[in-house]
Structure formats: C-alpha cells, structure tokens
Design a protein around this ligand. Structure first.
Ligand SMILES: [Cu+2]
Length: 148
C-alpha cells in the first residue's frame, strides 16, 4: 500500500512540526569534553564537558549512550554530612536554560560509565550519543585524558 501524502499535506506537516521543535542540535555546543577512568585498569570512568545552549529554548540532557561502557548514567556528586563524596543518579537530567552554559565537571555533574568495554589509554576516543529533550541527538567523540 502506498502511504505517500500529497505535497501540500507534507508541507503543512513540516511547518507544524518545525514550529513545535524550536530547538535543534546546532544550538547545542559541546566543548572541553573528555573521559577519565578511575585508574588505568578500572572498569568505570566518567565523562565531563561544557554544554552551551545557544538557542532561545530551554533544553535538557536526558540521556547519554556509548559503546565504550555497558552502562552510562547521568550522575551528580555531593558531599555527605560526614565529608564523604557520594554519587547519585540524576533521573530528571541536566537542564540547560536558553542562552546558558552548564559544566559537567569533576566533583559535580558527570556521565558515569560502568563496565568499560575496553582498556582505555590516553588519547583513545570514546564516542557518545547525547540525547537532549529539544535538540535531539548530538554525537560527540571524547578523548580519554587522565591529565585533567
Ligand atoms: Cu558517577
């Protein structure tokens, strides 16, 4: 069965859809991004980056996936009453308001990697697909950098 729509219908659909999706991937900029592991033989690590929202619509990083690890989760770190650092999954994601920057940095927000699929060394590239609520999927390649 053919499902093609007449051209005017397609055009109308495109306009409506376009209007409701005011953000696009070009408005999200990822910079200063890198991966660290806990140690050269560790099976876990974390990804850090600066996320800049150049758009006019508030956005949110809601998930990150990578072939480099069995599990990747959005986490944040906080200090407990006893001074210990504790990591917590962030189910609501990382909000980045329009025109602002949010840093995922050591001691704070990060993308947690558990079950690394290979032994990484400095300079190795780990590919990530970041999923934003409005901008959609953003592909990034992050180098392993143990010096940062
Ligand atoms: Cu973590």
């Amino acid at each position: 069965m053919r499902t093609s729509l007449p051209a005017p219908a397609l055009l109308a659909f495109g306009l409506i859809f376009g209007a409701s999706q005011a953000a696009n991937a070009a408005e999200i900029e990822i910079r200063d991004a890198y991966v660290r592991t806990a140690s050269p033989v560790a099976k876990s690590g974390a990804a850090f980056m600066v996320i800049e929202n150049h758009g006019t619509v508030d956005d949110r990083l809601i998930a990150a996936s990578t072939d480099g690890a069995a599990i990747s989760e959005l986490h944040t770190s906080r200090q407990t009453d006893t001074g210990m650092m504790q990591m917590l999954p962030v189910t609501e994601g990382f909000a980045i308001s329009a025109g602002t920057t949010r840093a995922l940095a050591r001691g704070g927000d990060h993308i947690m990697l558990m079950g690394l699929t290979s032994t990484l060394k400095d300079g190795d590239i780990v590919h990530f697909t970041l999923q934003f609520e409005k901008a959609g999927l953003v592909e990034v390649d992050l180098p392993l950098d143990m010096a940062r």
